[in-house]
Design a protein around this ligand. Structure first.
Ligand SMILES: *Cc1c(COP(=O)(O)O)cnc(C)c1O
Length: 480
């Protein structure tokens, strides 16, 4: 018998895809039959599998049957309506369907000609989203895997904006003619800013963390004095990251004041709206985004609060020319006749190939419509407001930060207990107990000295009943 050297047959694909569609249907119909937080111990899944790959082929039946046996116990269910940790991320039905097509078409977006549909649909969908969020209509959009990558690209462009620095060509090491380049963000900004500074060789110590006010918003007066002190020391303020929807509390930095300082100092303003950007769909909440039009770049993640399966982050910039100058590099074997008229996204990133992520954004935006997406975001905000009202009504519980979006930070403070370490231990125990229930999954954060619990609502399947369950569980856990 000769070994087969080709693919499995398309007929086999259809047979298994049909079965798998049923499996996914059941999964989506009953997400609550699994504990939201995976219960296995570290190393358990690895230990249950053979150390070596199979020498001979296994049937798809066998492989698929292992999904239930091996994989599901190791899954933390982001699609579970009780998933209230971090920032939720929903695999919506249109998104799941698009991912299937994406895999089948297997586009590798190197140049326009390697996938015209990818290059053009990415411009269309990022333009649709930009306009739905009321961002300036001439901004250029591109899709990346994560906000971390989007912010890295934005800061790379910021570094290249002044060609006199010549960093692209000469690098930064061993140069006495380069000033120290400084980046500013609030103490509440995401760690991806530090990682970008590390990756770009700017140095973690050149990320200046600016203190926030009582509402966890960057203090523009302190930003101004930090930039002034740096100038006086001969440093160069390179970029400021304003966060609209911080990771801990969804606080919103004062963009207009920050933008004015950036203008004055010639610093690049990058707006991190990875989570909060979805709120810009709501006309009645656009005041949160005042001043954003003055930014040089903005990131928002459809894979967070826009129901697009992981991964999909969008970066817009007012200066595609600078981004292109930063990264465009076309080796001879990639030169084409149409390169002057057709856009190749590889000119705007350190990555050559890219996935066809625009397809799922296109499916999601069409299947829900801009109004439908907004209605869902609005509903989540209303649920958060309701949850916060339950907490605020109980004497021993406190809401510890404003709730501008769909995240509630809160904690239990039993009468007479004021020591922060005791309160931390107490609330950490509550969290452990609640998460062990398997019914909901919450996370925590630290706000200054205070350890707080965090409920983040952003999953399409979460309803008031799930929040009622979470509230019952935390109160029971607090009683011991
Ligand atoms: C989640 C988040 C990030 C990081 O997102 P990734 O896509 O996982 O890199 C950055 N900034 C903010 C404000 C976030 O909420």
């Amino acid at each position: 018998m000769t070994e087969s050297v080709g693919d499995l047959s398309p007929q086999e694909f259809e047979r298994h895809a049909t079965a798998l569609a049923g499996w996914i249907r059941t999964y989506l119909e009953h997400p609550e039959r699994y504990p939201v937080l995976a219960r296995l111990a570290p190393g358990e899944l690895r230990a249950s599998l053979p150390a070596a790959a199979p020498t001979s082929a296994e049937s798809l039946e066998t492989i698929l049957s292992d999904l239930d046996r091996v994989i599901l116990p190791g899954i933390t269910h982001w699609n579970h309506p009780g998933f209230l940790a971090y920032f939720a991320n929903t695999a919506s039905v249109p998104g799941i369907l698009a991912e299937l097509v994406t895999a089948a078409l297997n586009q590798v977006g190197i140049l326009w000609r390697t996938s015209p549909a990818l290059a053009e649909l990415e411009q269309v969908t990022t333009g649709w989203l930009r306009d739905a969020m009321a961002l300036p209509s001439d901004w250029f959009g591109m899709i990346t895997d994560t906000a971390s990558t989007s912010t890295l690209l934005a800061l790379a462009a910021a570094r290249e904006r002044d060609p006199a620095l010549e960093i692209r060509h000469r690098g930064m090491a061993g140069r006495s003619d380069l000033p120290r380049l400084r980046i500013y963000c609030s103490t509440q900004a995401h760690s991806s800013v530090d990682k970008a500074a590390i990756t770009l060789g700017l140095g973690a110590e050149n990320v200046v963390r600016i203190a926030t006010d009582d509402a966890f918003q960057m203090r523009a007066d302190l930003l101004e004095s930090a930039m002034g002190a740096d100038r006086a020391a001969g440093y160069r303020p390179l970029a400021v990251i304003a966060t609209l929807g911080t990771t801990s509390t969804t606080s919103v930095d004062p963009t207009p004041a920050i933008a004015a300082l950036c203008q004055r100092e010639g610093a690049w303003l990058h707006v991190d709206a990875a989570y909060g950007g979805a709120m810009a769909l709501l006309e009645e909440r656009r005041e949160l985004f005042a001043g954003v039009a003055a930014a040089d770049s903005v990131v928002m993640n459809p894979h967070k609060w826009l129901f697009t399966p992981m991964d999909c982050s969008v970066l817009w910039t007012a200066h595609p020319d600078v981004l292109r100058r930063t990264f465009s590099l076309t080796p001879a074997y990639l030169q084409t006749n149409e390169q002057d008229v057709a856009l190749s996204y590889s000119d705007y990133s350190f990555q050559l190939g890219r996935r066809f992520r625009a397809l799922k954004l296109w499916f999601v935006m069409r299947a829900f419509g801009v109004e439908g997406l907004g209605a869902r975001v609005r509903h989540h905000c209303a649920l958060a407001t309701e949850f916060a009202s339950w907490v605020a009504a109980e004497p021993e519980w406190e809401v510890v930060a404003p709730v501008p979006m769909s995240v509630v930070c809160f904690r239990h403070r039993p009468a007479g207990v004021t020591d922060e370490r005791t309160l931390q231990a107490h609330n950490a125990t509550i969290l452990e107990r609640v998460n062990a229930s398997g019914e909901v999954f919450l996370s925590h954060t630290k706000l200054g000295e205070r350890y707080v619990l965090r409920v983040a609502i952003g999953n399409l399947r979460t309803e008031a009943s799930h929040l009622a369950t979470a509230w019952r569980l935390v109160r029971e856990a607090a009683q011991g």
